[in-house]
Design a protein around this ligand. Structure first.
Ligand code: PLP
Length: 358
């Protein structure tokens, strides 16, 4: 297999894919694939329950939080959050740190005032705001932020303090990359296709007291309470994604959990940023304290070389390094399933490329 630096759908651990392959035609002697089973069968319910238990254990999710396995991607959460959490209020606070925050803000604006509590747009989104820069409204329905901006490559090194106002986080590209104190949040959501599993599954972790508050006009499928009461089986859930996420959670536990991932992810990111900073040929524009461990955008000294870089990287088995179409340049995503050897191989390739073209 080649090294895959895709921002999403992203690399999955070899072991997980091998296990899924071995179980593909005949899951645990049942004589059929997990994909062909009723979601209400004992076999699937045991898979679903185990996946939730493992995620709870990995993240230390307190008992007063519900874990939902939904569809619709993180993008649906941009609407579901205001539809459920406004609770009759007409304003929520949003921290604007880049393209994904902006999309969340735009969608929330359809239902209420999405008040900007802080924005780093004037700094070109090259850093996150400090706690002191947050201008929070104590009467806001909630505060929304994006702990890791997948496209810009900026990441919060702290959890914003929001007092009594529930904190909502789009953790799509950082969930499970390191320990996280779930009790600081009212709600966490994440599309699965980066650090959890295949696309098509969205994980929501929501505090009990925020359930049952959906707007009367909210579609049934957009009401968290409906999903919580039905154990995420109000309709047919994304069974294969849920199963595969469960295999990833077990793999993570075998790696030593999120504490072990934190050490590995820090090392991977430090190596790559260290190499970029030490070179005159490559550059990363993000403030040192706001750099993402998961998504490392970088540019070459001469953008005319981008195409050649990508072609040669591809030929060297280093895939999907092209930056997002909105920003150009390169981006290496270093999610949990990207091994340290991939980063070493990338740095070796970058060094050789610089030698030949610098
Ligand atoms: N939020 C963040 C931070 C993302 O990185 C992405 C996708 O890349 C999304 C939201 C959108 O997720 P989805 O495609 O699951 O709707």
């Amino acid at each position: 297999r080649k090294f895959n630096f895709s921002a999403g759908p992203a690399a999955l651990p070899d072991e997980v894919l091998q296990q899924a392959r071995d179980e593909m035609l005949d899951w645990h002697g049942e004589g059929l694939s997990i994909m062909e089973m009723s979601h209400r069968s004992d076999a699937f319910v045991s898979v679903a329950t185990q996946a939730e238990q493992d995620l709870r254990e990995l993240m230390g999710i307190p008992d007063n939080y519900r874990v939902l396995f939904l569809q619709g991607g993180a993008t649906s959460q941009f609407a579901m959050v205001p539809l459920n959490l406004l609770g009759g209020r007409d304003s929520a606070d949003y921290i604007n740190t880049g393209i994904w925050s902006k999309k969340a803000i735009q969608e929330a604006g359809r239902y209420a005032t999405a008040r900007i509590a802080a924005s780093t747009e004037s700094a070109g989104f090259t850093r996150v705001p400090s706690q002191d820069e947050l201008d929070l409204d104590p009467s806001a329905a909630y505060v929304h932020y994006t702990p890791n901006e997948t496209i810009g490559g900026v990441e919060f090194g702290y959890v914003p303090e929001t007092g009594e106002v529930p904190l909502v986080a789009d953790m799509s590209s950082t969930i499970l990359s390191r320990p996280c104190d779930v009790s600081r949040f009212g709600l966490i959501y994440a599309g699965a296709q980066k650090n959890i599993g295949p696309a098509g599954l969205t994980v929501v972790i929501v505090r009990d007291d925020l359930l049952g508050r959906a707007a009367a006009s909210a579609p049934t499928m957009f009401d968290y309470q409906v999903h919580a009461e039905a154990d995420s089986m109000n309709n047919t859930p994304p069974t294969f994604g849920w199963y595969l996420a469960g295999l990833v959670f077990q793999w993570l536990k075998r790696q030593g959990g999120v504490e072990a991932m934190e050490a590995i992810n820090r090392r991977k990111a430090d190596k790559l940023y260290g190499y970029i900073d030490g070179s005159d040929f490559y550059a990363n524009p993000i403030d040192a304290g706001s750099r993402s461990w998961m998504n490392v955008p970088f540019t070459l000294a001469d953008s005319a070389l981008d195409k050649l870089f990508l072609e040669q990287a591809d030929a060297a088995g280093l895939l999907n390094l092209k930056g997002h179409r909105s920003v150009g340049g390169m981006r290496a995503s270093l999610y949990n399933a990207v091994p340290e050897a991939a980063v070493d191989a990338l740095i070796d390739f970058m060094r050789e490329f610089e030698k030949s073209n610098g």
